[in-house]
Design a protein around this ligand. Structure first.
Ligand code: KIV
Ligand code: ZN
Length: 521
C-alpha cells in the first residue's frame, strides 16, 4: 500500500460491541459487517472469538460471508485464544490474528500479576504461535501510553522478530495528549527502526475526548493504520470515531497528504445502521453524522449558505451520504418489485421470506402513511433483522389510556419455549403500564435503565422508533422496536431487550461454568 494511504481498521464489532448494554446477535453483526465492506474499510475486527460461543460463531460467519476487507479476530497472548481466533477467521479471504498483552507496569503488576520478563516471553510465544498459523499478524502492547517507552520498544522488537506485520500502539485508557502520543511513536521509531518496514497502527480511547485528535497526531507521526469505530462506540467513552477521522483526512487532504479508501457517501447510512442495531443514539450535534451536522440555524449562517454554500460549510452533505435519504419514495400502490429495488438501492439484499415479511410490513405502513421514504424502509428492514432465536415475542396488547383513570395494559407474550403468557398492570402512564404488564406476564424482575422514543421522519404519521435498556441479575442489554404506534414500538423494544438480557444472563452463567472463556479486554 502506498505511503499516502491510511488503513481503516474498524473495531465496531469488537471494541464497539464492548459498550455497556450492546448485545448484537449474529445476524445483526453480519449485517453491520456487510455494510462496513460496502463502506470500504480495509480491516474488520469481527470480535473476540474466545469470549463466548456466540462471539466465535459471529466471527466465523463474517469470515465466511464478507468479502473485501481483511477479517481479524482478537486473542490474548495465550495459545488457546490464538487457536480459537484462528478457527474463527481461517475461512476469510484474508484472515488476520490480532494478539495483545499489556506493557504498562500498572497492568503487569496488578492485572497480570506477572513480571516484565515474563510478559516478553508471552509476547514472543504468542506472535510466534499466530505466525505459524497465518501470515497477517497484528501485535498490540496494551496500555502502551502509560508504559515505559524503552520497555514497550523491546516488546515491539520481539513481536517484529517473530514476524508481526502490524504493530498497534493502544492508548487503552484515553490518557495521552496528542503531542505526547506523537512523541511516544517518534521515540518508538528511533528505538525500533524495523517499525518502518511494517504498518504502525493507532488505537485511541476517548476518555478525555481526544481519541480522534490522538489518532490524527499518530498519523502525522507516521502511523498508517487507524483503529476506530462507527459513531465512536467502544469501551467506556468509546474509540476514535471512524467517520470523523475519515472525513478529517479527506477534507484536509491537501494539508495532510494522506487519505483513506473509504467510500464516504456510505458514512451516514452506516452510522444509522449501527445506531439502530446497537440502540446507541447519535447526538444531534455529532460531527459528520449528527442530524444537525449540516443544519444552519442562525439567520446570518442561512443567508451565507444560500448565497454560497462554502461560506459556512467545509464538507458537502452529499459527500457523507446525508442528502440521499429523501430520494426514494414509495406509496401504497408500489409493488414487491419496486420495494426490492428500493431496498437494493439502500444496500439491503433481501429475497425469499425476508422480502415477503418486509413487503407485508411495507403494505401495513403504506396504509397508514401516504409516503414511505428511504428512512422508513431502512427502519423497517433493520427492525426485521432483529428477531433472534430464543426470543420472547409480543402476541397482542390492549392499553386503556385516559386522563380520568390510571392507564391499564393487558399483554400476551409468547416465550422462547412457545408458551403463551398473559399479564396485566395499572401503571402511571400507558408505557409504564405495558412494561409492567410484560413483567407480570413473564414473571421477570427486570429493571428499566433507559427508555427513548424518536420519530424516524418528520410528520404526524411518522414511524416511532423506541429503544429500551433493561437490567437483570447484573447484566444489561438493549432492545429496539419500530411501529407507527408508539406504544407498540415501546412494547416491541421492551420484549426484545428482555430476550437479549436473558440471553446475557444465561451466557454469563455458562461462562462461570467454563473457566477458559475470557473476560473482554
Ligand atoms: O484498548 C485496547 O488496548 C484494546 C486492545 C485489545 C487493542 O482494545
Ligand atoms: Zn480498545
Amino acid at each position: 500500500m502506498s505511503d499516502d494511504r491510511v488503513i481503516i481498521f474498524d473495531t465496531t464489532l469488537r471494541d464497539g460491541e464492548q459498550s455497556p448494554g450492546i448485545s448484537l446477535n449474529a445476524g445483526e453483526k453480519l449485517e453491520i459487517a456487510h455494510q462496513l465492506a460496502r463502506l470500504g474499510v480495509d480491516v474488520i475486527e469481527a470480535g473476540f472469538p474466545i469470549a463466548s460461543p456466540g462471539d466465535f460463531e459471529a466471527v466465523r460467519a463474517i469470515a465466511r460471508e464478507v468479502h473485501g476487507p481483511v477479517i481479524a479476530g482478537l486473542a490474548r497472548a495465550h495459545a488457546a485464544d490464538i487457536d480459537r481466533a484462528w478457527e474463527a477467521v481461517r475461512e476469510a479471504d484474508r484472515p488476520r490474528i490480532h494478539t495483545f498483552i499489556s506493557t504498562s507496569d500498572i497492568h503487569i503488576v496488578h492485572q497480570l500479576q506477572s513480571t516484565r520478563e515474563d510478559v516478553k516471553g508471552q509476547a514472543r510465544a504468542a506472535v510466534a504461535h499466530a505466525k505459524a498459523l497465518v501470515e497477517d499478524v497484528e501485535f498490540s502492547p496494551m496500555d502502551a501510553t502509560r508504559a515505559d517507552v524503552e520497555y514497550t520498544a523491546e516488546v515491539c522488537q520481539i513481536a517484529l522478530d517473530e514476524g508481526a506485520t502490524t504493530i498497534n500502539i493502544p492508548d487503552t485508557v484515553g490518557y495521552a495528549m496528542p503531542h505526547e502520543y506523537a512523541d511516544f511513536l517518534a521515540r518508538l521509531y528511533e528505538l525500533v527502526p524495523g517499525l518502518r518496514d511494517v504498518v504502525l497502527s493507532v488505537h485511541c480511547h476517548d476518555d478525555l475526548g481526544l481519541a480522534v485528535a490522538n489518532s490524527f497526531a499518530g498519523v502525522l507521526a507516521g502511523a498508517r493504520q487507524v483503529e476506530c469505530a462507527v459513531n465512536g462506540i467502544g469501551e467506556r467513552a468509546g474509540n476514535a470515531s471512524l467517520e470523523e477521522i475519515v472525513m478529517l483526512l479527506r477534507t484536509r487532504n491537501e494539508a495532510v497528504g494522506v487519505d483513506t479508501g473509504v467510500n464516504t457517501r456510505e458514512l451516514a447510512r452506516t452510522s444509522r445502521l449501527v445506531s439502530r442495531l446497537t440502540g446507541y443514539p447519535v447526538q444531534p450535534n455529532k460531527a459528520v453524522v449528527g442530524r444537525n451536522a449540516f443544519a444552519h440555524e442562525s439567520g446570518i449562517h442561512q443567508d451565507g449558505v444560500l448565497k454560497e454554500r462554502t461560506t459556512y460549510e467545509i464538507m458537502e452533505a452529499s459527500s457523507v451520504g446525508a442528502d440521499d435519504v429523501s430520494s426514494i419514495v414509495l406509496g401504497k400502490h408500489s409493488g414487491r418489485h419496486a420495494l426490492k429495488s428500493a431496498l437494493e438501492e439502500l444496500g439491503f439484499q433481501v429475497s425469499g421470506q425476508t422480502l415477503n415479511t418486509a413487503f407485508k410490513r411495507f403494505k401495513e405502513l403504506a396504509d397508514k402513511k401516504k409516503q414511505v421514504t428511504a428512512m422508513d424502509l431502512e427502519a423497517l428492514v433493520t427492525d426485521e433483522l432483529r428477531d433472534a432465536v430464543r426470543a420472547y415475542t409480543l402476541e397482542w396488547f390492549d392499553v386503556e389510556a385516559s386522563t380520568r383513570r390510571p392507564p391499564h395494559a393487558r399483554v400476551a407474550i409468547r416465550t422462547p419455549d412457545d408458551e403463551l403468557l398473559e399479564g396485566d398492570f395499572t401503571g402511571d402512564g400507558p408505557v409504564d403500564a405495558i412494561f409492567r404488564a410484560i413483567n407480570a406476564a413473564t414473571r421477570r424482575d427486570v429493571r428499566l435503565r433507559e427508555f427513548r422514543i424518536d420519530a424516524v421522519t418528520g410528520g404526524q404519521d411518522a414511524l416511532g422508533e423506541a429503544s429500551v435498556v433493561l437490567e437483570l441479575s447484573g447484566q444489561s442489554a438493549a432492545g429496539q422496536g419500530v411501529s407507527t404506534d408508539i406504544i407498540e414500538a415501546a412494547a416491541l423494544a421492551y420484549v426484545r431487550a428482555l430476550s437479549n438480557v436473558e440471553r446475557r444472563v444465561l451466557a454469563a452463567a455458562e461462562e462461570t461454568r467454563e473457566p477458559e472463556l475470557a473476560p473482554t479486554p
